[in-house]
Design a protein around this ligand. Structure first.
Ligand SMILES: [Zn+2]
Length: 120
């Protein structure tokens, strides 16, 4: 068995887990997920060539290439995630949602009707 050691720049670990991820990608389980084409992070649908398998716990942080640690991710999410922890991603998504609905406060009353005469 492999020893579980504090890994940060363990090249051997990184190489081994990356290779394992490539092998896992070929398995029916992941082929099925990839064919479904749904990004784990943004929920969008993508063609196969836009999808990657992403390590939830990055290999460089000691993550392993196991089913539980690999999700289907679109390239954009994969790249954005690279430098963000899951908590930071949630915060960022919340901020984006708040900023998006900053509408103008102009709630005008219903405009005076013209033509819609209740007395005909
Ligand atoms: Zn995505």
């Amino acid at each position: 068995m492999d020893d579980w050691i504090e890994i940060n720049r363990d090249e051997a670990h990184i190489r081994r887990e990356r290779a394992k991820a490539r092998e896992l990608r070929k398995t029916p389980y992941f082929q099925n997920l990839l064919r479904r084409g749904v990004c784990h992070y943004c929920g969008g649908h993508f063609p196969l060539e836009e999808l990657t398998l992403d390590h939830i716990v990055p290999v460089a942080r000691g993550g392993r290439s196991t089913r539980g640690n690999l999700v289907v991710s679109c390239r954009r999410c994969n790249q954005e995630k690279r430098y963000l922890t899951p908590a930071e991603q949630i915060l960022r998504a919340a901020e984006a949602a708040n900023g998006a609905n900053g509408g103008s406060g102009a709630t005008a009353h219903a405009p005076p009707d013209n033509g819609a005469d209740p007395h005909r």
